[in-house]
Design a protein around this ligand. Structure first.
Ligand SMILES: Nc1ncnc2c1ncn2[C@@H]1O[C@H](COP(=O)(O)OP(=O)(O)OP(=O)(O)O)[C@@H](O)[C@H]1O
Length: 379
């Protein structure tokens, strides 16, 4: 504990007798609830990382127990603590010391992050407040992934916390769409969602394989991998998890639907009759797996005439209406064709206020307005 009271400015206590504290320990601990571990996403107090608080006059020193002594986030944590504690009235110097968690501490931490050894992470259980929106489609290429990421962004704009699970293992496009191709952090067997440049958190099998590498696993292996994503990823029990489902009515889509019976299916179609026919089938499969169909999104519904602003129905058909009727559901949104915001890596999100973004805001508002009855957590 040498250098105990050394602040960021490097000033050191000269060993003088202790002085009357300007704050008490409870205020320091309350303030530290605002400081999050950048990797684990929770505050340092609830993670039980603050081990010691010492106050001497205007100097405060804290000891932080890290999951591993070589934690690369050390400096950031130290800076965040210093900044926060210096906001307390009277505090002039802050010193941050680091220690390491014991094996038992780490075990306790994992249980608190991850729940007991249940089949799926707490967010996917019936008792959790998290609503799971499974975005399904019949045909590939109708814009299912585009809808998934833009819906997630719209829910965030509406003030909700959101994470994305890319379950479209064979065609995972979310990492490219969000411009985040890095591998996820794995701490003590827990996988942490990746944060895209815009702040959307997601996890995708695409981040575990090298870019361009095709996934050729057979269905049982894929099912196992998906189970792992729903069990071993640290889903922070956000308000919503948006799942980009595999297209169609195949084995993998069915298994995912069966694994999360509390999920609500959002069916994506384009106006064309062939897309609508298979989209309705995919919706029925979701119903068979006991998912509730929450609504239909008609993507590429029209293009806006640049001169007169009128709707130009480029594709014939009224796919959205027919899917909604067949599934006894309703259309939550019609998304216009707007090619210039899409297609480029990291550029799949429509700009806030643009016509498609506004259409997604309406979809998000309708979904957020649904009242869901959840089971009580069994203690
Ligand atoms: N409203 C839209 N306007 C213009 N282009 C769009 C729109 N929606 C999607 N697209 C484009 O269509 C293509 C397919 O979209 P996307 O990848 O979202 O479809 P998907 O149904 O998820 O496909 P897959 O099942 O093959 O993954 C992409 O290039 C995307 O940018």
């Amino acid at each position: 504990m040498a250098n105990w009271f050394r602040g960021r400015n490097g000033r050191q206590d000269d060993g003088a007798a202790s002085r009357a504290p300007v704050v008490d320990e409870a205020s320091v601990r309350t303030a530290l609830r605002d400081v999050r571990d950048p990797e684990l996403g929770r505050d340092l107090i609830s993670l039980n990382m603050i081990r010691d608080v010492r106050i001497d006059g205007a100097s405060v020193a804290v000891t932080v127990a890290l999951t591993t002594a070589g934690c690369p986030m050390k400096h950031r944590i130290s800076g965040d603590i210093t900044d926060r504690l210096k906001m307390l009235e009277g505090v002039e110097d802050v010193a941050v010391d680091f220690g390491e968690m014991t094996a038992q501490d780490r075990q306790n931490l994992m249980v608190s992050l991850h729940g007991e050894a249940t089949e799926l992470a707490p967010a996917f259980t019936e008792e959790s407040k998290t609503r799971v929106i499974a975005v399904v489609s019949g045909k590939g290429g109708v814009g299912k992934s585009t809808v998934a990421v833009n819906l997630a962004a719209a829910l965030e704009r509406a003030g909700k916390s959101v994470e994305i699970l890319d379950a479209d293992v064979y065609g995972s496009s979310i990492p490219v769409m969000l411009g985040a191709l890095e591998k996820p952090n794995v701490v003590e067997g827990v996988i942490f969602p990746i944060e895209s440049p815009t702040g959307l958190k997601f996890i995708s099998m695409g981040n575990f394989v090298s870019e361009g590498q095709a996934i050729i696993w057979r269905a049982p292996i894929v099912n196992k991998a998906l189970t792992q994503l729903m069990r071993d990823v640290y889903w922070d029990e956000p308000d919503f998890i948006v799942v980009d489902m595999p297209p169609g009515t195949g084995d993998v889509a069915l298994t995912v639907a069966q694994m999360i019976p509390k999920a609500e299916a959002l069916v994506v179609t384009t106006p064309q009759a062939d897309a609508a026919r298979v989209a309705a089938k995919a919706g029925k499969m979701a119903v068979q797996a006991h998912l509730k169909v929450i609504g239909v999104v008609e993507n590429m519904a029209y293009a806006e005439c640049p001169d007169c602003g009128k709707e130009l129905r480029i594709f014939g058909g009224n796919g959205g209406e027919s899917v909604a009727t067949e599934l006894a559901s309703k259309i939550l949104g019609r998304i216009p064709i707007q090619p210039d915001a899409s297609g480029e890596p990291g550029n799949a999100l429509y700009e806030e206020g643009s016509a498609p973004a506004r259409a997604f805001d309406e979809v998000a508002a309708s979904i957020a307005a649904v009242k869901v009855r959840k089971k009580l957590r069994v203690l």
